[in-house]
Design a protein around this ligand. Structure first.
Ligand code: C2G
Length: 707
């Protein structure tokens, strides 16, 4: 049995290295040695490596005293390797257990063999391997397609081949060093078999802001390194396939990365001169085959005329955007927003409101707006709503993502929203953006979240860009202020007055008002009300922004027990797209998922049942009983999100795991209340301290002045 040397460079991947190593130790192909090269990682990671390397005698651990980079670490690994084969694995990636076996079995008399790379966001990747049905595709003329992704990963090499051809990684680049190894490797080999059953899981890292992976490095470094590598590799071998690959690869890189970078960057001069030298090396025939826009730009670059280049590039940019804009209505509006509307004079007296992505007239935005109209402030108001609504003050209503939406957003002097606005809507100078946010966090937020299980993989990156635009942020309590600063990386103005949306819980908590609300809601006034308002689950969705909810409350049981005394209001989170069929519980269960303002539902209810939703922080202002129906607590807390507070210790009510427990807690609600009295008080003091009915007034005065 021949030996495989698995070379793993490690740099600060303490969150992932265990998964990675386990996946190697569990390989069905057992004759392996694992060369762990610690590239001067932090202490935590180094200590972890020392600990786990003792688990298996096949692991050898080496430490660099100075950071050498991934290229240096791999070269070092090759030097130390005793195996017949070499395999490069990155320390945040991992393998299904058969990968090495399949590669070794099928390499035969080839110099190298390649398997499939699959990207995943978290470690639950599964590879389905059908024994004996391997389909091998052999690449010869198209062999460079195998490195279009710039990766050396999931190639198994014969070590002899590496030594004979003196293959090595450049050590003076931070990114794309794989190309410096792979291009000469492919030049020296006729053909490469590819077998898709040999899978390699490449982890897509979700936090490019705090902890970037190599591919998420600063664009400037990426471009600099790419141009350098291209220039060094081009033409040193008289190999047509390799040279063509390098040319095509450079031009694609120009289109994708360089153009975008030049568009955003103030000073392109240092890279431009490097680009001039580089583009001169591109084969004229290949250049001639490119589209008209690229050809014109390349001409100016080759001439070294930076001013002319900038001019035509910005014109082309316009054309590119228009081309994109013609692909659909919304994209055309976006084009108009950025290229036209935003250039019209700003209207300082226009205030643009939105709440929960235009789904409702509610939350902090609603109360801020109503305060402003009730105090006759001299502004013109615009509301973004998906459906036209009958709302006080007759503001201009625009449908979210309609042409008017983009027009009014672009010109408004103020934006008020309780959640994010799309990333592509650049904020103009002079605009003031009040982000009210929408809840005290229980579930960890943005940069405090380790893995992202939700439907939007670019969550953190987008969030960072979007939140840089906030000028003011409402905070409901000191606890939230501290979290928001860290988890949003926010260092702007914090409005620490409590939540505008909770003022109503102090100002309108009267019998008459509640009776009026019940009438208006068309629910019986002679019965007590239980509000069930759960949150959404990150891992249960139909598609982007469309989440599922499986009702786990046995409504029939509750009906049998409580029909005479209570009614139930069901209130799904605004992300939930599932429709509830509650027709058989008519008169007992009411669906209030589409009701605009949950604060009014709080007022009419006698008991709240929730789970991990921030609704309980707000409801606590009423000091009425709260029950937690947390049937999936373990999974939700430990796998999906993680919590900021220990619910089991601090929740102001019992955690219930099935309908019977819920039933029992409601039945003995007075006992439940008594039992939690002390915890409730402590909770109230900590989280409701600032709410006193004046948060809206204080917010408006801080942001819009006194008038
Ligand atoms: N909400 C609602 N109905 C529900 C759940 C929530 O109307 N069934 C509203 C409440 O105003 C709540 C807000 O949406 O405060 C946020 O809901 P969460 O369930 O807490 O979830 P999420 O939208 O993920 O926000 O810092 C807060 C967090 O970001 C949570």
């Amino acid at each position: 049995m021949e030996k495989v040397s698995v070379i793993i460079p490690v740099y600060n991947t303490e969150d992932y290295i265990k998964d990675c190593l386990n996946s190697v130790m569990e390989q069905t192909y057992t004759n392996i040695e694992i060369l762990l090269v610690n590239d001067n990682s932090n202490k935590e990671c180094t200590l972890l490596l020392e600990r786990i390397s003792k688990q298996d005698s096949r692991i050898q651990l080496f430490h660099f005293q100075k950071r050498g980079g991934v290229g240096a670490a791999r070269n070092f690994g090759i030097e130390k390797a005793n195996g017949d084969f070499i395999y490069f694995l990155d320390s945040d990636d991992y393998l299904p257990n058969k990968t090495l076996e399949i590669l070794v079995k099928n390499i035969k008399n080839n110099n190298m063999i390649h398997g499939k790379i699959k990207s995943t966001y978290f470690n639950s990747g599964m590879a389905i391997i059908l024994e004996g049905l391997y389909k091998i595709k052999t690449y010869s003329d198209e062999k460079y397609n195998l490195i279009k992704n710039n990766l050396v990963n999931n190639f198994l090499f014969k070590k002899e081949f590496i030594l004979d051809n003196k293959l090595f990684f450049f050590e003076d680049v931070e990114v794309y060093t794989d190309l410096t190894f792979m291009v000469p490797a492919l030049i020296n080999t006729e053909q490469v078999p590819h077998i898709k059953e040999a899978v390699y899981f490449k982890r897509k890292r979700n936090d490019p802001i705090t902890n970037p992976s190599l591919s998420q490095m600063d664009e400037y470094i990426k471009i600099k390194d790419f141009l350098y590598i291209y220039s060094t590799l081009k033409n040193i071998y008289n190999d047509e396939l390799a040279n063509n690959f390098l040319d095509e690869h450079l031009l694609n890189f120009y289109r994708k990365d360089i153009v975008t970078y030049f568009k955003q960057s103030e000073n392109i001069d240092p890279l431009f001169s490097q680009l001039v030298k580089t583009l001169k090396k591109v084969d004229t025939k290949i250049l001639g085959d490119q589209d008209f826009i690229l050809k014109r730009e390349a001409k100016k670059i080759i001439k070294g005329d930076i001013d002319k280049y900038k001019k035509i590039n910005s014109r082309h940019q316009w054309l590119r955007e228009l081309k994109g804009g013609l692909k659909g209505r919304r994209r055309f509006y976006r084009f108009l927003y950025n290229r036209l509307f935003i250039k019209l004079p700003i209207k300082q007296e226009w205030v643009f409101f939105e709440s929960f992505l235009g789904k409702s007239y509610s939350d902090n935005s609603k109360y801020i707006y109503e305060y402003m109209i009730n105090n006759n402030m001299k502004f013109k108001y615009i509301w973004s709503l998906n459906e036209k609504k009958d709302i006080p003050g007759t503001p201009i209503q625009v449908k979210r993502f309609s042409l008017r939406y983009f027009y009014y957003l672009a010109r408004s002097g103020y934006w008020v929203s309780n959640s994010r606005l799309p990333k592509y809507l650049t904020k103009r100078e002079g605009n003031i953006y009040l982000q009210t946010w929408h809840g005290t966090p229980l579930k960890t937020l943005v940069f405090d979240i380790k893995d992202i299980y939700s439907a939007d993989p670019n969550y953190k990156k987008n969030f960072f860009v979007q939140s840089r635009r906030w000028d003011y942020l409402n905070s409901p309590n000191l606890y939230s202020s501290e979290i928001f600063r860290r988890a949003f990386k926010y260092d702007g103005h914090m409005l620490e007055f409590g939540y505008p949306r909770n003022d109503i819980l102090y100002k309108k908590n009267t019998k008459e008002y509640i009776l009026g609300l019940k009438k208006q809601m068309n629910i019986p006034a002679n019965k007590k009300v239980i509000l069930y308002a759960p949150t959404w689950r990150d891992d249960e969705f139909y598609g982007r922004g469309k989440y599922k909810f499986n009702l786990q409350l046995d409504l029939e049981k509750l009906q049998n027990e409580f029909e005479d005394e209570y009614i139930i209001l069901l209130r799904m989170h605004y992300f939930i797209a599932s429709q509830m069929d509650i027709s058989e519980f008519e008169g007992f269960v009411y669906d209030f998922s589409d009701y605009d303002d949950i604060a009014e539902l709080y007022l009419v209810s006698d008991i709240l049942i929730t789970d991990y939703s921030s609704v309980f922080f707000d409801y606590a202002n009423l000091q009425r009983p709260i029950l937690f129906y947390t049937y999936d607590l373990k999974k939700y807390r430990d796998k999906l999100r993680g919590f900021y507070i220990d619910l089991e210790k601090e929740a102001p009510g019992p955690l219930l795991m099935n309908t019977d427990e819920v039933l029992d807690a409601v039945k003995h609600i007075e006992d439940t209340k008594k039992k939690y009295e002390y915890k409730y008080r402590a909770f109230y003091e900590r989280f409701c301290e600032w709410d006193d009915g004046n948060a809206t007034e204080n917010t408006v005065k801080s942001v819009f002045g006194k008038e």
